[in-house]
Design a protein around this ligand. Structure first.
Ligand SMILES: [Zn+2]
Length: 141
């Protein structure tokens, strides 16, 4: 099922030599890999990216980290079509989130919040571990 307010997205693009100016331009990848879902919900930051509203052209993001899929992977190719949960090549995590959003938007929001909080906690724990190791290393040095 096509998920409203999403765009299908890929992790990487290929580079091709432009025959005229001989620069390297991003092009659709020969091996696209799994298709991810970029959430365009009104409260998401990507709403501000006006070029995503025009659903007609591919967007290549040359800056890492600009676009993050529902599964939290960074995506750099935004396709001019919604994420389709029935596509055989979709990322299973993005598929799960998209299906939940279609079935129960309120529950989707709740679980996303929970998931993001857990992620923040995990990041914090990781920082604490890094800090602890750094200190541990310093005491034995
Ligand atoms: Zn994904």
């Amino acid at each position: 099922m096509k998920t409203p307010d999403t765009r299908a997205a890929l992790r990487h693009y290929d580079l091709a030599r432009d025959p005229v100016d001989h620069g390297l331009d991003p092009v659709l990848p020969a091996e696209p890999g799994p298709v991810h879902a970029l959430d365009l919900e009104p409260d998401r930051v990507y709403r501000r990216h006006a070029h995503l509203d025009n659903n007609r052209s591919v967007v290549f993001s040359e800056w890492s980290g600009t676009y993050t899929a529902l599964c939290e992977r960074i995506v750099r190719v935004i396709l001019p079509m919604p994420f389709d949960t029935a596509d055989p090549d979709v990322c299973p995590q993005c598929q799960r989130w998209a299906e939940l959003r279609i079935a129960d938007p309120a529950e989707f929001k709740r679980q996303r919040r929970e998931w993001m909080n857990e992620k923040l906690q995990r990041d914090e724990e990781q920082e604490n571990i890094t800090e602890w190791k750094r200190r541990g290393h310093n005491t034995t040095a």
